[in-house]
Design a binder for this molecule. Structure first.
Ligand SMILES: Cc1cc2nc3c(=O)[nH]c(=O)nc-3n(C[C@H](O)[C@H](O)[C@H](O)COP(=O)(O)OP(=O)(O)OC[C@H]3O[C@@H](n4cnc5c(N)ncnc54)[C@H](O)[C@@H]3O)c2cc1C
Ligand SMILES: *[C@@H]1O[C@H](CO)[C@@H](O)[C@H](O)[C@H]1NC(C)=O
Ligand SMILES: *[C@@H]1O[C@H](CO)[C@@H](O)[C@H](O)[C@H]1NC(C)=O
Ligand SMILES: *[C@@H]1O[C@H](CO)[C@@H](O)[C@H](O)[C@H]1NC(C)=O
Ligand SMILES: *[C@@H]1O[C@H](CO)[C@@H](O)[C@H](O)[C@H]1NC(C)=O
Ligand SMILES: *[C@@H]1O[C@H](CO)[C@@H](O)[C@H](O)[C@H]1NC(C)=O
Ligand SMILES: *[C@@H]1O[C@H](CO)[C@@H](O)[C@H](O)[C@H]1NC(C)=O
Ligand SMILES: *[C@@H]1O[C@H](CO)[C@@H](O)[C@H](O)[C@H]1NC(C)=O
Length: 602
């Protein structure tokens, strides 16, 4: 991808974009400069969870809210607004926590980049914008595990609608048969649209394959119905050719409210006990600092602290606060505050690999390697918000299951949520993209990403040390179970059958690179272990569980168990990883959480 050239040309459009941003109001960069130290609610992290809650709570002019965010403002970050350059916003950038996993033992001991957003909007300001809800089974399983029907698909459905506004694609093409408007919200503030720049030769062949091999690869008009299985058009959080994020959709519209203060460039170091209620600690204190050498500043919530620092940040802060496995915390010299051994456990993420083919076409985006071409697309985006740059990479997606009679299930339990939940995903990309290999200098390509949608491996986030400014230890435990490696191999073999249809006969010239040599099971496994990366969907590290069980971290109302005044609203609360890109369900969960909080204090 033409990273360098986009960065150079971007300067010329800076003024233009500046006119779009409307940020003002109560934005602070120094905790010592805030006029007050007590708020009704203090929200830690301005990602999806934090931004949605901040917006909804400040609808009530009688409450005041402080949001504390470690990262920068999104206001002037032009790159975050251009959908196609999403791959340039990570892994090691000014917008990210530059995390790296520990060596992954089932992936030949490779470490992997593990980016998380560090900017207003959190990871929604840097993600690939794919908007997929998951299946009815994913949410019904969560309802079942938490013994709370209000987390079921049916109960959550109104919140999926509440968060979104379905808008036309950037090219305003006729979307009949590509999306079902009846399944979507039309009044929310998060823009959702279909891709606005089609590749007829490539996209057309994907759709043609769904006709030719309909049994294995059926077409699905709208995979956000709760029944995602099949192949369909990608829906993304994009409106009028620009990224829509938690920052643009939820924070920016609330910035003019006098009851919202936002403190950026400030890292929360720990949560502090402020009292005791019965025998339960009250956890309404928050300590933060701009950098390791600055003196920390404390704030207090009169109602609640809402922890929304994400699947890595949230367990990190809890552990630093003494909330977790007391033995492990104590061993690092941190005073244990609350013994909840599951904090940081149950980390689950989607492993993903890709392979590419040299193709008989010039209509791929590989021509971006020519600086003039990249500059032209950028100008087109700047002038008209049309062209290649209006979309993230991948106009079509597949969600598929391993057949029920596969021998895999004689050896392993099925970790998927149910018959409507996929085991694996394909993302079809009209050019060369790889998380693990350099782009070739010439040729036109297509790439298929294959991800495990329902992995059974579980990892953990633990403390490396007691320094709040150093990274935690991140272990997604990719492919550590037999099921996961078997399922990944089955997924890749399914992708091979996909490209073996006649639709690709005059298109694919040859497999690229090491992929050409892969035929035996052992070779598949080696290819997979050598190339697996994160799809960047970590969840589960402060999992929700039923009220009366000792396991888990939060109750179904998202309150931290065994404490008062602390709630968690972010990706860490999922007890299971939905078989989907997770942002859509996070917006819905955060919308619902806002209602729970409002109801509790009504
Ligand atoms: C590169 C990438 C691509 C992705 N692509 C997609 C996609 O296409 N579709 C999809 O659905 N999902 C995608 N995701 C995942 C999705 O964006 C995340 O699951 C989602 O944003 C998580 O929301 P969250 O509220 O849990 O945390 P986040 O959005 O990560 O927000 C957490 C916030 O808390 C802040 N924070 C953390 N620690 C502290 C601290 N100590 N003090 C103060 N602030 C703190 C962070 O800086 C951040 O702003 C992607 C993620 C990444 C990283
Ligand atoms: C991550 O790396 C980028 C690029 O080197 C840097 O600008 C940024 O400050 C780093 N972020 C953190 C949190 O260290
Ligand atoms: C990975 O590292 C561990 C510990 O150092 C070692 O025992 C193991 O053999 C390594 N595995 C591979 C595939 O290199
Ligand atoms: C807490 O951590 C210790 C040390 O790692 C471990 O032995 C113990 O099993 C953990 N406790 C629980 C309940 O997981
Ligand atoms: C790329 O260029 C090299 C060197 O000129 C040539 O050998 C190779 O065939 C080219 N590959 C493609 C795919 O065009
Ligand atoms: C590809 O298709 C041909 C003809 O339909 C078939 O004989 C062959 O087994 C297929 N190969 C794979 C890998 O599916
Ligand atoms: C490439 O496509 C053209 C038609 O566009 C076709 O005539 C030709 O046979 C194809 N080449 C290969 C190698 O499939
Ligand atoms: C959340 O649910 C738990 C368990 O039912 C309950 O003890 C707690 O009081 C609730 N918290 C709030 C803030 O409603």
């Amino acid at each position: 991808m033409a990273r360098k050239h986009v960065h150079i040309s971007i300067i010329s459009i800076f003024t233009f974009i500046g006119a779009i941003a409307t940020v003002s109001g109560h934005m602070y960069t120094d905790p010592a400069s805030l006029p007050i130290k007590t708020y009704d609610y203090i929200i830690i992290g301005a990602g999806i969870g934090g931004s949605v809650i901040a917006n909804r709570l400040t609808e009530d002019t009688n409450v005041n809210v402080l949001v504390i965010e470690a990262g920068i403002s999104n206001e002037d970050e032009v790159l975050t607004r251009i959908p196609f350059v999403a791959p340039q916003l990570s892994p090691y950038t000014p917008y990210t926590w530059n995390y790296t996993t520990i060596p992954q033992k089932a992936c030949n001991n490779r470490t992997m980049p593990f980016p998380r957003g560090r900017i207003l909007g959190g990871s929604s300001s840097i993600n690939f914008m794919m908007h997929t809800r998951g299946s009815v089974d994913d949410f019904d399983r969560i309802a079942c595990a938490t013994m709370d029907e209000s987390w079921s698909w049916t109960s959550l459905f109104p919140y999926f609608l509440k968060s979104e506004m379905l808008v036309p694609p950037a090219d305003e093409h006729d979307t009949a048969g590509q999306v079902d408007p009846a399944l979507h919200g039309h009044l929310g503030s998060l823009f959702v649209s279909l891709s606005g720049y089609s590749f007829p030769g490539f996209d057309g062949r994907v759709v043609k394959t769904t006709k030719e091999l309909e049994l294995e690869f059926p077409f699905n008009t709208d995979m956000n119905s709760g029944y995602p299985l099949g192949i369909g058009y990608t829906q993304s959080t994009i409106g009028s050719g620009e990224r829509s994020s938690a920052a643009t959709a939820y924070l920016e519209p609330a910035l003019e409210r006098p009851n919202l203060d936002i403190l950026i460039h400030t890292t929360v170091t720990n949560i502090v006990q402020t009292g005791i209620a019965g025998h339960l600690p009250i956890l309404r204190g928050v300590r933060c600092a701009t950098d390791p050498s600055a003196s920390p500043v404390s704030f207090e919530a009169s109602r609640e602290v809402i922890l929304s620092a994400g699947a890595i940040g949230t367990p990190h802060i809890l552990l630093l606060s003494g909330i977790g496995n007391s033995t492990e915390i104590g061993a690092l010299g941190i005073e244990p505050l609350l013994d909840i051994p599951d904090v940081g456990r149950n980390l689950v993420d989607h492993p993903i690999i890709s392979f590419s083919y040299l193709v008989n076409s010039t209509a791929t985006f590989d021509d971006l390697r020519f600086p003039g071409v990249a500059a032209e697309y950028l100008t087109q985006w700047q002038d008209t918000k049309t062209g290649l740059y209006v979309d993230g990479p991948g106009n079509l997606l597949a969600w598929l299951r391993i057949p029920d009679d596969s021998p895999i299930f004689n050896l392993h339990f099925d970790p998927s949520a149910g018959p409507h939940s996929p085991h694996f995903e394909f993302i079809f990309t009209n050019g060369f993209v790889s998380f693990t290999e350099p782009s070739p200098p010439n040729g036109s390509y297509m790439t298929i990403f294959v991800a495990l949608a329902s992995p059974s491996s579980r990892g953990a986030v633990t403390l490396e040390n007691a320094d709040p400014f150093s990274a935690p230890r991140i272990d997604p435990a990719f492919l550590e179970t037999d099921f996961d490696i078997h399922a990944m191999r089955a997924a890749v073999q399914s992708a091979k059958r996909f490209v073996n249809s006649s639709a690709w006969a005059d298109y694919i010239i040859a497999p690229h690179g090491a992929w050409a040599e892969v035929t035996t099971d052992d070779e598949f496994d080696q290819y997979i272990r050598d190339r697996t990366a994160s799809e960047w969907h970590p969840v589960g590290t402060a999992a929700m569980s039923a009220c009366d069980t000792g396991a888990g971290v939060v109750s179904p109302n998202l309150s931290v168990k065994g404490a008062v005044g602390l709630r968690i609203v972010d990706a860490s609360i999922f007890p299971f990883l939905p078989a989907a890109h997770v942002q859509a369900s996070l917006y819905a969960i955060a919308e619902r959480a806002a209602d729970i909080i409002k109801y509790d204090y009504a």
